[in-house]
Design a protein around this ligand. Structure first.
Ligand code: ADP
Ligand code: MG
Length: 289
């Protein structure tokens, strides 16, 4: 499994006056779940695109530094080699559907057809991906008859079938209703358990805090911090970056409840409950007979 390394990555879109990414360096270990946060125009999408080669191979512009996945230098590699290692999922599932396949099964098969795989391996991969994303039951449906959450999971299944080591998701739930969002979050958690490296841009901070091993905070194209969720959300300067900590963290901050061992505020419900010392019984006294 491959590390992802960015070294002094800089990028400016064509015709743009200012850099969209300023001198960004980091290392992501194989199997990590990374959340990317930051206000609009922070550079989140540009960074995602630089990790799959859309920047600078599709969007030209001025590019400096490098991104490596394992020993593959992204800016110097061709798309078909990159696709074997890393897949990207965008906001709107409608934009990712080919529009020319009549069933979910054929849609997921589409990316594999160009890889020259034996038929039996294609079938294994499609079945595995559909089951992992919990959409096997819809395999004979027309993609356009799916709900938003189901369609986004189909887009993710199409990528999983290519067996990438890394999946990048750029606000994959922003166009979905709460149920669809929940379906996608559960699916992404399953991928993470399979050992796939996950990089997810997301505005729902409770989810980022719950799932991420580390969180990358971007602002105006700069990498401000890349730390554990507890460390990121305990910062006093989040307002300056247009980020709001999870509700649990904000409540504990206002009450002065910190984890004494780490010195940081809790970021999840479970951690908050354990620090406040609530037991399940105490949580809802009216339910007890
Ligand atoms: N296609 C483009 N052409 C020119 N500038 C762009 C383009 N896409 C994004 N930008 C600029 O690059 C910066 C980073 O944008 P983006 O990566 O989309 O941020 P985010 O995803 O955090 O909202 C912004 O200043 C934005 O205006
Ligand atoms: Mg974006």
């Amino acid at each position: 499994m491959a590390k992802i390394v960015a070294e002094h990555l800089k990028y400016k879109y064509p015709l743009s006056e200012k850099l969209a990414l300023y001198d960004i360096s980091f290392t992501i270990e194989p199997g990590e779940f990374i959340g990317i946060i930051g206000e609009n125009n922070a550079g989140k999408s540009t960074l995602c695109q630089a990790m799959v080669g859309i920047v600078p191979n599709f969007y030209k512009g001025a590019y400096g530094g490098k991104v490596l996945i394992g020993d593959m230098e992204i800016a110097k590699s061709n798309i078909s080699d990159i696709c074997k290692k890393v897949g990207i999922v965008f906001q709107n599932p409608f934009n990712q559907v080919t529009g020319c396949k009549l069933t979910v099964y054929e849609e997921v098969a589409f990316g594999l057809e160009n890889m020259g795989l034996p038929r039996s391996e294609m079938i294994d991969r499609i079945d595995y991906s559909l089951k992992l994303l919990d959409i096997y039951k819809y395999k004979d449906r027309n993609p356009f008859d799916l709900s938003g959450g189901q369609m986004q999971r189909m887009a993710i299944a199409s990528i999983i079938a290519m067996r990438p080591e890394v999946i990048i998701l750029d606000e994959p739930t922003s166009q979905l209703d709460p149920q669809g969002s929940e379906e996608v979050f559960r699916a992404v958690q399953n991928l993470s358990r399979e050992g796939i490296t996950i990089i997810m841009v997301e505005h729902k901070m409770e989810k980022i805090a719950e799932y991420s091993d580390r969180v990358m905070l971007l602002h105006e194209g700069k990498l401000i911090a890349f730390e554990t969720p507890e460390k990121i959300f305990s910062r006093d300067d989040l307002d300056c970056y247009g980020v709001t900590a999870p509700a649990y963290t904000r409540i504990c901050k206002s009450l002065g409840i910190k984890n004494k061992k780490t010195g940081f505020y809790p970021v999840t419900l479970e951690e908050t409950k354990s620090l406040i010392g609530f037991s399940e019984k105490e949580r809802c006294p009216y339910d007890q007979n």
